[in-house]
Design a protein around this ligand. Structure first.
Ligand code: FES
Length: 175
């Protein structure tokens, strides 16, 4: 049976594009599609970075940390600051002082937790996601991916008798 004797397939009637043009059009469309996707990803990434840098900016409210007076040295708690969506940790250090940071790890935003000194390691803040570790005084990363990143954002506190009041966030510092 010669080629002329084969009937034209149905798909060729539905898509009457010669193969050489078909390749050309598909490649161009594919590149256009890639360009659009890349542009969309760039815009999305930029908006995430901008919102993460700006949504925790002042002016900040003064908020009393409820339950702070009940914390024993070496204990910690979670509260919300500077708004109801943002978790922060209040630590009563082993020496009795209070210190506070936002709970979001600067690596991939896992929640950080306080660790008392256990004999080998001094008290510190840790992130379980990638074994990150932060210095207790400054929130600077000292182990794992956070070493290369900005420190934990510190919550500024003031004391009024037994009351502990959050008054703001320190400036963003880049390592
Ligand atoms: S998210 Fe905290 S170390 Fe990766």
């Amino acid at each position: 049976m010669s080629q002329a004797e084969y009937p034209t397939p149905k798909w060729r009637e539905d898509f009457p594009i010669e193969q050489e043009y078909d390749d050309f059009i598909t490649r161009r469309d594919f590149v256009r599609f890639l360009g659009l996707v890349s542009a969309g990803l760039m815009v999305g990434s930029a908006s995430v970075v901008v919102s993460s840098l700006t949504h925790e900016e002042g002016p900040f409210p003064e908020v009393e940390v409820t339950g702070a007076g009940d914390l024993k040295p070496g204990a910690w708690m979670v509260f919300r600051y500077p708004n109801e969506k943002t978790p922060a940790i209040l630590i009563r250090r082993e020496n009795g002082e209070y210190i506070s940071f936002l709970q979001k790890c600067p690596h991939l935003a896992c929640p950080v937790t306080y660790h008392r000194s256990d004999g080998e390691e001094g008290e510190h803040i840790g992130c379980h996601c990638h074994n990150g570790k932060f210095e207790i005084e400054t929130g600077q990363g000292i182990q794992g991916p956070p070493r290369e990143l900005r420190p934990l954002r510190q919550v500024v506190l003031k004391r009024d008798g037994d009351r502990v009041i959050a008054t703001g966030l320190n400036e963003i510092r880049f390592a």
